[in-house]
Write a protein of this length. Structure first.
Length: 518
């Protein structure tokens, strides 16, 4: 990367009406893998996640639990959201809450700027509203009076509100997406946005007057800012939007903005690909470089959700499979951008064949053989040209795929290399070679090549599975090469890094056998 601009990636900020489920974790893990990968490319990285705390949905939940909304949010953030991200090894650089002053003040300043520039006017909103989506709906968005996403009846609103002239940005947005294919991905998402923009785009009500859980409209404090208008701004307020360029916030903004990727689920694509860039265009702030919409995790063929009682908490899965397998599974099994069904059977099958057998066993066999045949010391450096050149290709494919958010393609490339290394060990039969002392040199070469391949696998899989790869790193005696997180993607295929004579150590099994009865 030429400038000192950080690679800036965001997740949606999650509603704190409930605890995280695996749909939320899916996005946050994907973002974590991508940012860890970019860090290992040697880039400066900024990874933001957070919580969306205003609006009717959160207010209603707090009220039905008989607590004030702020108390509700504080409790959920501290006792559910942050701990789950910690448990899943999410290495976010910042966590924004929309009730924080750094956010609310910058939102008000931004809105005032739009008002002063003539993008806001007073109007009346009449129509359906889905509290689940926190969205003003059009009649076509409904199915027998119910929101198509939440299958719940909508509210009929009739309010005097403030409006944003969204319609004025229809053509500029259309031109933008037509000439920047990378700005909205995957292709299906881009097509959806283009066809939406080719239809009628109405101005957007950006305030609510019937409840007060929100950021007050600065010039009309009887109204609070519409929760999506408030929430979308988090991506920019968290890094200093609108601050004096000479201040800390201003410098942070210059270093991070525009965001490189906003990761979103496909249900919230339009907010991000239409409303958000229009808000920024109106304020003369550069638009994000890419919106990437991933698919849904389905349970029983439907979007998994707490409100439909199909919600699964990450802990339900990690208690049996561990955190690393959880992180690996969803990105490996489902093409990023498509929907995918979750099933315990598929998860268990992949855990056993891909992680425990292909990867975990390779590591434990190698360590056991080095202990047995080489006194626990890495033998002298050797180079199998086929493995070494396959590794070069693997790194290139994995890097291209992951940078394009094709996690499945990237992980496939790495796991194919793992399979090849298994094939190498099977063909070379080190346990047979070991029986003949005159073939000691050959044995050492086989073991070095295998160990060196495992070094590369540990580094390449580290963004996906930080915990087991760290264990493997220690076990291979690779700590002298530095922390695993500091190993660079562009150097991983330099063959011969493991030092001869470093000591390997047996560790716990990387992927323990699953209990029979679940
Ligand atoms: N608060 C808004 C986002 C504001 S961003 C400025 C919101 N929150 S949410 O908690 O309802 O959902 C957050 C994300 O979780 C969305 O991207 C949504 O797609 C994702 N998921 C919720 N259920 C999901 C699945 N079943 N599968 C995959 N992702 C899902 O929307």
């Amino acid at each position: 990367m030429a400038s000192d601009k950080s690679f800036y990636l965001t997740t949606p900020i999650y509603y704190v009406n409930d605890a995280p489920h695996i749909g939320h974790a899916y996005t946050t893990v994907a973002g974590d893998v991508l940012t860890r990968w970019h860090r290992q490319r040697g880039e400066s990285v900024w990874y933001l996640t957070g919580t969306d705390e205003h609006g009717q949905k959160v207010l209603n939940t707090a009220q039905s639990n008989n607590v004030l909304p702020q108390q509700w949010c504080d409790k959920l953030v501290e006792s559910s959201w942050k701990p789950v991200w910690k448990d899943l090894n999410i290495a976010n650089d910042d966590f924004i809450r929309t009730t924080e002053k750094r956010h609310t003040e910058r939102v008000q300043k931004f809105l005032q700027g739009l008002k002063d520039a003539g993008h806001i006017y007073a109007g009346k909103f009449e129509g359906p509203y889905c509290i689940g989506c926190e969205e003003f709906k059009l009649p076509g968005d409904l199915d027998e009076g119910k929101c198509k996403i939440h299958s719940k009846p909508v509210e009929m609103l009739s309010e005097d509100n403030w409006f944003f002239k969204l319609s004025a940005f229809r053509q500029p947005l259309l031109d933008y997406y037509k000439s920047n294919p990378g700005a909205c991905q995957p292709e299906s998402a881009r097509n959806e946005v283009i066809s939406f923009l080719e239809g009628e785009v109405r101005d957007l009500s950006i305030s609510r007057s019937t409840f007060d859980w929100g950021i007050p409209v600065p010039w009309d404090t009887d109204q609070v800012i519409y929760v999506w208008f408030d929430a979308l701004l988090n991506y920019a307020t968290a890094v200093g939007l609108g601050d004096d360029p000479a201040s800390e916030g201003g410098k942070k903004f210059a270093k991070t903005w525009p965001a490189d990727v906003h990761l979103v689920g496909k249900d919230i694509l339009r907010f991000h690909a239409v409303i958000w860039p229009a808000m920024l265009m109106a304020a003369n702030v550069p638009v994000p470089k890419k919106i990437f919409a991933h698919g849904w995790l389905l349970v029983g063929g439907e979007k998994m959700s707490k409100s439909k009682l199909t919600g699964i908490a990450p802990g339900d899965i990690t208690k049996d499979f561990g955190v690393d397998a959880f992180r690996y599974y969803f990105l490996k099994a489902i093409p990023f951008g498509s929907d995918g069904s979750f099933s315990w059977e598929d998860m268990a099958a992949r855990y056993t064949s891909e992680l425990a057998n292909d990867f975990g066993n390779l590591a434990s066999r190698l360590i056991a053989m080095i202990e047995k045949y080489c006194d626990g010391k890495i033998p002298k450096v050797a180079k199998d040209n086929d493995l070494a050149s396959l590794l070069v290709k693997t790194v290139k494919s994995a890097d291209d795929a992951i940078c394009a958010l094709d996690f499945q393609g990237g992980i496939n490339a790495i796991m194919d290399f793992c399979k090849r290394v298994n094939g190498y060990v099977t063909e070379k039969e080190p346990w047979v070679v070991a029986k003949d002392p005159s073939r000691k040199n050959e044995l050492d070469e086989i073991l070095y090549n295998t160990a060196e391949s495992l070094r590369a696998l540990a580094v390449l899989l580290h963004p996906v599975m930080p915990e087991v790869t760290e264990k493997l790193w220690q076990s291979l005696g690779a700590a002298s090469l530095g922390d695993i997180g500091n190993q660079r993607v562009d150097q991983v295929s330099n063959w011969g890094q493991l030092l001869a004579q470093s000591t390997v150590t047996k560790t716990d099994v990387l992927f323990p056998r699953l209990e029979e009865a679940k």
